[in-house]
Design a protein around this ligand. Sequence first.
Ligand code: SF4
Length: 330
Amino acid sequence: MKYYIITFGCQMNKSDSERIASILEEKGYKLTSKINEADLIVVNMCSVRQSAVDRVYGLIPKFKELKAKTILTGCILKKDRPKFAKGFDQIIKFKDLLKYQPKRQNKLVAYVPISNGCNNFCTYCVVPFTRGPLVCKEHQEILKEVKDVVNKGFKEIWLLGQNVNDYTSPGDASINFPKLLKMVNDVPGGFQIRFTSPNPKNFSDELIEVMASSEKIAKFLNLPVQSGDNEILKKMRRPYTIEQYKNLVKKIRQKIPNINLSTDVIVGFPGETKEQFENTVKLFKEIKFNIAYIAKYSPRPGTAALEMPDNIPLEEKKQREKCLENLLSS
Ligand code: SF4
């Protein structure tokens, strides 16, 4: 019996797909690279924006032409389930995925999840609804997985979590993210460490110190700001101000002058005025991010922001997105 996995979304989903592959192979399935040969197709979906959900809807007619049984899994919103149930043979939540050894797809890069879920409930975000509350892995298990991939010759290790700063080892509350990062750095071997996604709200001096003093930690950091305006940050329930964010970036650059800094930002959040958007433009001009992942606000079912009128026209969202892209490339 052959299986084929289609993965949408973030690195966490890619890592989950590697573990789903492991579960299927334990059941005797073999991976195929040809979808027409598959007896089982698993779609590991993302719901972070409506466009991601629409892409999965778009697959359904194609599956009708194939012999394979189809399973939908991943970040699925309750609201979308009934319609997906008509298009897929099964909708499954694979339990305890973090307990399975992954079938790693890349020979050099290894994804090592340190936690799953999130307790922050930023008003635009579906993650707490699709992945549930924050669950952290024991630090010993994480270190065991790191040593295993280092011994297997992987050269880049990504520590993954929806919000890595909130990490605490279940068995030892003194082991927070900076301490875990230091432990991973102290694992013997020639490899580099990257991590995603941190949150500016509790990005500590201790973490900056560990990043600056650990030779294996790559000088790359994605620090999601989401907006350059304090009023909008408040409506997003992002618990920091732009002054605090800028001060954090200043501290990071003082300790790690050659840091490659990227960010996530949403344009066209409900009620975002031209003046408020101008504050995001000002921030981009001041910080000069190396890269930015710019998203047009997409109202998500179940989130608090859904109650707010999505009153920025799509054309205006596109213009704001373009404006930031131009700034990045200038
Ligand atoms: S911290 Fe990140 S994952 Fe958690 S709710 Fe906010 S945006 Fe979503």
